[in-house]
Design a protein around this ligand. Structure first.
Ligand code: PAF
Length: 283
């Protein structure tokens, strides 16, 4: 496994596989890998010849009062996980090289990036779309894998890839959950043991909504009220948003169907967690 910091080196390494018709697979991450990332890497290994893991904590997707400075990092452990998953290249560029002095260009995806996390975290998806475009241009993957936990991120990246005719197949992978149902996230590392318990209100809320939907309740107003009520029972939880949206365009709805997305963002103490489910799909 090679560890590459330089953009030029990474670009040079991508030339031979491209010329020889070997498929490059990219798993973009911000590091502090967990089983969710490992599942992307294992699937990536299956789908191509050269597996590239990028690790880059992207400053331009964090807002002013967000957790950029304390975002968890552990390069040694990440490399062990990468190696065990069959990664060929870990690409971990510096901020100075990704965003040199004078950098001025950004990629903006419009409507689909505006609600949900786009509303709570202004500019976040511009940062994501810009760095993913750069990573695609540097690594030149045939396939890139992302987790469904960041449902809106995946929708934004799919839209951007189609709109800009980027020759990359985008693959979304199921959310990986802990045994008790908490969606895996690098940010779970921030939670104290008490907060870790409180965080289970997200999955309880999702299960409640799914049960109601399965028993025939399709009114979004009712589903919304009941889902919020589960989270509001948890004293440590502060709702950022609870939204039922159409799973394709993320438009608002009055009546839910099996393709409806329930998306949640909830603060537990200082930690903002997100989770989601599509009502007609398996949890
Ligand atoms: O999902 C993430 O870890 C990041 O948003 C991504 C896609 C690597 C872009 O920085």
């Amino acid at each position: 496994m090679q560890i590459i910091n330089s953009i030029l080196c990474m670009q040079a390494l991508a030339i031979a596989p491209e010329r020889e018709g070997r498929r490059i697979v990219l798993v973009p991450t911000m590091g502090f890998l967990h089983e969710g990332h490992a599942s992307l890497l294992r699937e990536g290994r299956r789908r191509g010849d050269v597996l590239v893991l990028s690790i880059f904590v992207n400053p331009i997707q964090f807002g002013k009062n967000e957790d950029l400075d304390r975002y968890p990092r552990d390069m040694e452990r990440d490399c062990q996980i990468a190696d065990a998953c069959g990664v060929d290249i870990v690409f971990t560029p510096t901020v100075a090289e990704m965003y040199p002095r004078g950098f001025q260009t950004g990629v903006t995806v419009r409507d689909i990036a505006l609600p949900l996390c786009g509303a709570s975290r202004p500019g976040h998806f511009d940062g994501v779309a810009t760095v993913v475009t750069k990573l695609f241009n540097i690594v030149r993957p045939d396939v890139a894998l992302f987790g469904n936990k960041d449902y809106q991120q995946l929708a934004v990246i799919r839209r951007m890839t189609a709109d800009l005719n980027l020759p990359v197949e985008i693959v979304g992978m199921p959310i990986v959950r802990e045994a008790d149902g908490l969606a895996m996230s690098s940010r779970n590392a921030y939670l104290s043991p008490g907060e870790r318990q409180s965080a289970l209100c997200l999955v309880r809320a999702i299960k409640r909504a799914r049960e109601l939907f399965a028993s025939g309740e399709h009114s979004v107003a009712v589903l919304m009220r009941e889902t919020r009520a589960v989270i509001e029972q948890e004293p440590a939880a502060v709702i950022d948003y609870v939204e039922f949206r159409d799973g394709a365009m993320l438009n608002e709805l009055e009546v839910a169907d099996s393709s409806t997305l329930l998306a949640l963002a909830v603060k537990i103490g200082q930690t903002r967690l997100i989770d989601n489910t599509v009502l007609g799909e398996e949890l």
